[in-house]
Design a protein around this ligand. Structure first.
Ligand SMILES: N[C@@H](CCC(=O)N[C@@H](CS)C(=O)NCC(=O)O)C(=O)O
Length: 207
């Protein structure tokens, strides 16, 4: 059985969503952030030294990093959610977004979140952060206009991987249908998927 550790308001919704898309049974363990520090429970460090979520327990292993967890689940259960190498354009676009989501876009959005929290103290870096976030979001907007989904004509796990930074962009970086119509179109299409909605219902804190 696949056991998924989920943290409220976090990246780990993506793993639940993927499992719902695949229709593979899983056990969900819900964890809550500390209300003051927003940190995950420290006890999670017994499971993995960083104690960050998502974490997945499967076949006697503990998997960390959303991208790796997605790759593992696709390899074992749903290779069709990644474009095959024979479709070179979609395949390499897919692989690009799989890296870009956590490797490039999330760091910029986190910098913005921190700078916003710092208020006046962040004055020296505010311009740079703003310019970089704009550069990235304008780029994603242009790419998102090329096809119905991020990797091409078919929905893929790259859309799942990119969903979190795109949702953060709407919540924290001023992305709207007026400023970024292609991003918001893809995001709406993601959120309209029945599997996404089942994942949100599953993840909801029942406590
Ligand atoms: N790159 C990692 C990031 C993991 C991560 O930072 N998770 C956050 C949730 S969004 C977390 O656990 N934060 C709580 C903490 O740092 O204590 C991934 O994609 O899995």
């Amino acid at each position: 059985m696949i056991r998924v550790h989920h943290l409220n308001i976090s990246r780990s919704l993506r793993v639940i969503w993927l499992l719902e898309e695949m229709g593979v049974p899983y056990e969900l363990v819900r964890h809550r952030r500390d209300k003051k520090t927003m940190r995950a429970p420290l006890a999670l460090r017994d499971l993995h030294p960083l104690g960050k979520l998502p974490l997945v327990e499967v076949g006697g292993k503990v998997l960390a990093e959303t991208g790796l967890i997605i790759e593992y689940l696709l390899a074992h259960h749903a290779p069709h959610l990644a474009p095959a190498a024979t479709d070179a354009d979609a395949h390499w676009r897919y692989r690009y977004w799989m890296h870009y989501a956590e490797g490039s876009l999330m760091p910029q959005l986190l910098l913005k979140l921190i700078a916003d929290k710092m208020g006046l103290l962040a004055l020296p870096i505010r311009g740079m952060v703003k310019e970089q976030v704009k550069l990235h979001l304008d780029y994603v907007e242009k790419e998102a206009g090329r096809s119905p989904w991020l990797a091409g004509n078919e929905f893929s796990a790259a859309d799942i991987m990119m969903s979190f930074p795109l949702e953060v962009s709407v919540m924290r970086a001023g992305v709207t249908a007026a400023t970024h119509p292609n991003i918001t179109r893809i995001l709406s299409a993601m959120q309209a998927r029945p599997a996404y909605q089942r994942a949100v219902a599953q993840a909801a804190d029942k406590g």
